[in-house]
Design a protein around this ligand. Structure first.
Ligand code: ATP
Length: 515
């Protein structure tokens, strides 16, 4: 059995081999933590964005979208707190010269203890069988209790150090826990330093006339600064939301794990403006709606969990992450935050403008509170690819690699294949292709054996393969082969459009998650 790490390596190689993701500027040996999406990757990514955009803006009549610029006035980032506080605590190992995020090293240590606890629990579950009472076991087994105590103590110490911004204490925790560098194996650490994650560049052409500007580290601020524009021009009534999809940039120092942590990535964010006092009700609503949105893709309900934040930003009064089980553990894919009136108030203060909402029914003005849902397109992409990648042994002793992508997200919905490249079959195939291509992304393939062509489509997750053979010319029927079951059925050409539409259509999934 391959380890999870080996599986992950295979997935990365697969993404490259089949045109999903390439290292950026690869001919120059790439650029660390920057990636390009290839011909199939971009289709999958666009479908993810479409699913999110429509679920937010169509299923909610009170949510509208915008597309704000990446560059913003630099004061935006002073007001938002990013200039002063968008930092990672970094630590270097003096022997390997490798740099790490101190908080991540400690989180990994916590995860190790969790693993130990889970292993004990699983061992006991096997031993006791049906009569196993997990809660009781956790409360009474000495070894588990010891681990849990250790975990809680470490966790408390860590949360306090983070909350107090106590860098010396973070380092001390690493030393006390005997956390070693995975490369050098030593505990020879530097001090912990804060490092700001924002990229800067200059705007203007002359040296004296240039202004330092930032590449936005999140899309949210483009929404906040446009709050009044949208509210007034759209005559929006609270509660309402503004959605946006766009690039964000962070100078991530410890950028690993493929597209999970990149320096240039894409976010899908929505800010929902509510009356103060109603924020926790809406926080709960968005938690549930967003989880439903994820689960409706059918990747496996057990692969999701909420992770409530221990360290709340000073302005937040609730925050949770939706985590997905990646090959390297449960990891954050989306954050849901109750941000109070922090952002709008800060922009009001720094811009000297009144940013309030007049509630006609109440006859009063107030600064709305905000619930934010923020999801990374690339992390979503990764979770989908990882959970869809399968190596299957076939009955004939052969094997295949199949991406069992949710059909609605698949880059190509159907591939049309003439059995042979003669006898009028390519022309007939072209007819079928023409019937579909205006509404769906479809492909045409006439090279190699049918078996090889099926494998190529399996590897990129195409749900349907449509074969045109000699009989087609007589009976006007084609063979449709299903990616997952590999079953084939004979279907009249007149019914092909409806079959493809059924696979490609988001309608059913939208109906499932609509309130
Ligand atoms: P992390 O703790 O993993 O750095 P974060 O809590 O800083 O993430 P947020 O600021 O809440 O992330 O951003 C919202 C979403 O944007 C995340 O849930 C994630 O999906 C995505 N995201 C954040 N940073 C990156 C990155 N460097 N590469 C890819 N996606 C990212």
């Amino acid at each position: 059995m391959a380890t999870q790490e080996e599986v992950f390596k295979k997935i990365i190689a697969h993404c490259k081999e089949y045109g999903f993701v390439f290292p950026s500027s690869e001919i120059y040996d790439g650029l660390s933590a920057v990636y390009d999406y290839g011909q199939n990757g971009v289709e999958l990514k666009n479908n993810i964005k479409q699913y999110w955009w429509n679920a937010m803006t169509r299923l909610h009549s009170n949510i509208v979208g915008i597309d704000a610029a990446i560059f913003m006035h630099p004061t935006t980032w002073k007001a938002s707190g990013h200039v002063d506080a968008f930092n990672d605590p970094l630590i270097d190992n003096k022997d390997s010269k490798k740099r790490y995020r101190a908080d991540v090293l400690i989180e990994e240590q916590l995860a190790k203890i969790d693993d130990k606890i889970n292993k004990e629990v699983e061992k006991a579950r096997k031993r006791f069988g049906d009569s196993f009472d997990e809660a009781m076991f956790r409360q009474t087994n000495e070894r588990v209790m010891e681990h849990i105590q250790k975990r809680e103590a470490l966790h408390e110490r860590f949360a306090k150090a983070m909350n107090d911004n106590d860098l010396a204490e973070l380092r001390q925790i690493i030393v006390d826990e005997k956390i070693v560098c995975p490369i050098s194996g030593t505990c020879n650490w530097t001090d912990v330093r804060q490092f700001n994650l924002m990229f800067t560049t200059e705007m203007g052409s002359t040296a004296e006339g240039t202004m330092k500007v930032y590449l936005r580290p999140e899309t949210a601020q483009g929404i906040f600064v446009n709050f009044l524009n949208v509210q007034k021009t759209g005559r929006m009534k609270i509660p309402f939301g503004i959605a946006q999809i766009g690039k964000a940039f962070r100078n991530e120092i410890v950028a690993r794990q493929f597209v999970f942590r990149m320096k240039e990535f894409e976010q899908m964010e929505m800010q929902f403006f509510v009356q103060p006092g109603e924020e926790l009700k809406w926080f709960e609503y968005w938690k549930q709606f967003r989880l439903k949105w994820h689960k409706a893709l059918g990747l496996g309900d057990e692969k999701y969990r909420f992770h409530d934040h221990d360290k709340l930003a000073h302005y937040a009064n609730a925050a949770t992450d939706i985590e997905f089980l990646m090959p390297f553990g449960f990891k954050e894919v989306e954050g849901i935050h109750s941000r109070t009136d922090f952002d709008l108030s800060q922009h009001a203060k720094y811009s000297n403008k009144k940013i309030e909402y007049f509630d006609a029914e109440k006859g009063e003005s107030y600064t709305p509170y905000v619930i934010e849902t923020s999801i990374g397109v690339d992390r979503m992409f990764l979770s989908i690819v990882c959970s869809s990648y399968k190596e299957e042994a076939l009955a004939d002793g052969e094997s295949r690699v199949v991406l069992s992508l949710p059909a609605v997200l698949a880059p190509i919905k159907a591939c049309i294949m003439p059995l042979v490249r003669k006898d009028g079959l390519p022309e007939k195939a072209q007819e079928v292709l023409n019937m579909l291509k205006y509404d769906f992304k479809v492909a045409y393939d006439e090279k190699d054996s049918i078996g090889k062509r099926y494998r190529r489509q399996d590897a990129i997750g195409t749900p349907l393969c449509i074969t045109i053979d000699h009989d087609t010319l007589q009976d006007n029927c084609v063979t449709i082969r299903n990616r997952d079951t590999m079953q084939q059925e004979r279907v009249p050409i007149a019914e092909v459009y409806a079959k493809v539409a059924k696979e490609a259509s988001f309608s059913e999934i939208y109906k499932k998650i609509a309130d």
